[in-house]
Ligand binder design. Sequence first.
Ligand code: SF4
Ligand code: SF4
Length: 343
Amino acid sequence: MSPPTDAIDADTIVARVATANVVGMGGGGFPAAAKLDIARRAGVDTVIGNAMATEPESLGDDFLLEHHRSRVLAGLQYVRIAVNATTAFIAVGRGRFSEPEIKVVDAPFPAGEERRLTFAATGREVSANARPTNVGVVVFNVATLAAIADAVDEEPDEARYVGIDGQARHVPFATTFASLGFTTPVRVGGFSGTTETHDGYVTATTLSLRAAETATPCIRCGWCAPACPVALRPDALHEAFVLGNGAASVADCIECGACNAVCPSHIDLVNEFRSMKSRQAKEVAREAESRKAKARVDAREDRLAQLTARELAGRRARRERRRSWKTDSKDAEPPPADRGSTP
Ligand code: SF4
Ligand code: SF4
């Protein structure tokens, strides 16, 4: 593969990435061409390749850096050109690399989370509802960078590296879990991932696969609370979930999976919290909708009340005029007919 140079223009890069349908392979699945476009319009100056490997089972990122580093670095440069950035580097949590574009970054767990990584690598803070592009940074997973390089060089790879039982394997997209030897439910994407049936198949966002454990009831061991990097009480949230209650604090969950990793009962806490968040988000949306509907009804009633008040005031005024005419001008002509205003 020839090294990318600024001879290839940004539009060609974005067009080839769009043609190859590259999506974020770190788990998000967001279309890479759209992300490039957003970053370009936001005027970012820094590109970070994310190889922080927060999920211990996702071995593909390490494997790519170890064995296909030139593809990853080519993708990094293509992204830099596409978004017109001045700085581009790969952030790793560990390892010794001689390339100047690869930097060891010391970020708190979960180090691969975009906001934490951006702050640790650049010192730019990304607020809770913002994205790294809001502070001039765009973050791409290293597997996505390799896929971007393949797309721009017009050699797309319809496969990805997947961590399976402690090994990184190159697996074509659409390979069924069953054909990889799974006969029971499968944990896809490690501790922060999801559990699927063995009829599922590998996609661009499949980071890792292993047989899912069977969950048993909470034994109140309390191990999950100290594991949480944002100081939540996963055991209390789990109880609220089981009882069908809400809990405002679940909104702070960053879905890192640390509680899942330590839970001896193998409860899928992360997915419980995801569904709580989505339920609460729907409730908030419903409440906002009903507030809007009530405001519309109130406004209509106000309008009707104003019309009625004007009408009554008009009738009173007309009645007064008639009375004063009868009193003061007995010989004068009567006033014109009072159209439709009989009380
Ligand atoms: S998934 Fe949520 S609750 Fe569990 S450890 Fe991470 S942030 Fe805390
Ligand atoms: S780690 Fe698991 S079993 Fe222990 S308290 Fe938390 S949810 Fe319950």
